[in-house]
Write a new protein. Sequence first.
Length: 375
Amino acid sequence: MHIFRRKLEDHIVQNIASGKILLIFGPRQVGKTTLAKRILAEYGDPAAYFNCEELAVREHLVVGVAERLKELAGDHKLIVLDEAQTVENIGAILKLFADTYPDTQIIATGSSSFDLANKINEPLTGRAFSYTLLPLSLEEIASAKEVNRDELDLLMRFGAYPAIVAASTVADKEQNLKNIATSYLYKDIFTFERIKSPLHFEHLLKLLAYQVGSTVSLNELAESLGVSRHTVEKYLRLLEQAYVIRRVYAFSRNKRNEIRRAFKVFFLDNGVRNAVINDLRDIGMREDVGPLFEQMFFAELLKQTTLETLSPEVRFWRTKQGLEIDFIVERAGDLRAYECKWGAGEVSFRAFQNRYPDAHAEVVHPETLLAAFAQ
């Protein structure tokens, strides 16, 4: 059995006893419960875990009655409230409890940022630290198993959800991915949001999956679906908040001829994207291997930046003449440009570096990706 060490764990542990409620967001099946239980185990007694999907637990979570939660917590100094998004008015409940019993540390997890964040963020302003847990990074996978070219090919096909990476056979990986993509991934969207036309929603997902790495037009998506731009924008927002996709916008400092308003859409996990279009073929048989590799690298960048205190945005660069760089990351004035190449081929950064001479530029191949993230 593979046990993956999540880099987020150290960030959370160092803030225990900080006087803040610790919130862990992320998609279902990404390992939030496992991470929370690991932290509890290392903390030792007095600590306790509670699943908010259980009625007996929710009965203790009542607005305006901090004593009810205290009855549940008892003398435990650290408690985990898992799946906290299932509780009505959870933000107000946690605020009152934290104000009344500041010596009890709470870790709350939620599978749906659009629901849990909306219920929590305003009541807990200044009282909480928020973290995002995503599928496994290459570095985290390398903490438990060898990451070589064969493993990279499997990750390109099936993605990096923990249960999928841990599965020992291709058949098990396929089954786990199917369960995640059909039973868990959109559960919160359909539970908490009114989707008037699920068929339009699912069609949009497929359109986006086929356009990975390309600029996206709201007008074209709306026309293809037969819905309004407003509906497309709403669906895109929900998919982002449910950790399915992420929009990447163009980088520009108002230089002449740079595109500024365009955006691309990337899935946060390759396996999910492949499941959407029902294509889990071997990498050697695919025509979309370039976009898949680009998407994998984007996910790696995202997993690294979410751990930073001031997370930089990942963007792309393109001129009106069609010159393009896959990804641009800027940290405190340090500008880095990345171009992804699955195979051989010349890459020129000349046009970009003429405009931004202090920028660092790098070509990312599978081998360099393995070397960078699988130490």
